[in-house]
Write a protein that binds this ligand. Structure first.
Ligand SMILES: [Zn+2]
Length: 188
């Protein structure tokens, strides 16, 4: 982080680009970009900066401002908003906003660049979140349970296998089973 360039000062209008606070602002470089260009930076107030750098301290009330910043036309602001919503995605309001958010492909890649190893994606590359509903896109033999989960079966309220981005869990035929993300499609 550093002082704001003239270009960034003009863009942000001397306000935090996430929460609109005035006061001391820093130029935050949105990794993995290096910040050589103004468009790779976001002007942040101290509160936003501290909580982005230590996401475990995030105060969810402060981050209701994402409701506005997620619609920013500036890609770097979208990326920061998206990542913070993901960080808060154990809360329903954050999940709802993520569901409404639209990023173009380069911006989505930028947003996912740091965490692609832990993001769960369905067969179409859509991000899966805990609580989503998916459908199976092929018949799956469930080993040990002696039944076939049919293609088209809807599975509600999935959970994510946290240390394996290729696996989710859900209930099919009243059995709690592990599903591979490549065989599912998100419907909600
Ligand atoms: Zn702020």
């Amino acid at each position: 982080m550093s002082v704001l360039s003239t270009e960034l000062t003009l863009r942000c209008n001397v306000k935090c680009e996430i929460c609109n606070a005035t006061g001391e602002l820093s130029a935050y470089v949105v990794a993995p970009k290096t910040g050589n260009l103004t468009e790779e930076q976001v002007a942040l107030c101290e509160t936003c900066l501290n909580q982005i750098q230590s996401p475990e301290t995030a105060d969810s009330n402060h981050w209701r401002c994402l409701n506005d910043s997620m619609w920013s036309p500036i890609a770097a602001v979208q990326v920061v908003s998206y990542r913070m919503l993901q960080n808060l995605s154990d809360q329903q309001w954050a999940q709802d906003l993520l569901g409404m958010m639209y990023l173009d492909d380069p911006t989505q890649e930028w947003a996912d660049a740091l965490s692609s190893s832990t993001v769960h994606k369905d067969s179409n590359g859509n991000i899966l979140l805990a609580g989503d509903t998916i459908v199976l896109i092929k018949d799956l033999e469930v080993k040990g349970a002696n039944f076939t989960a049919k293609r088209g079966t809807a599975v509600r309220k999935i959970s994510l296998v946290l240390d394996n981005p290729e696996q989710i869990e859900g209930r099919v035929n009243d059995q709690h089973i592990v599903l591979l993300t490549k065989f599912v499609r998100k419907t909600s």
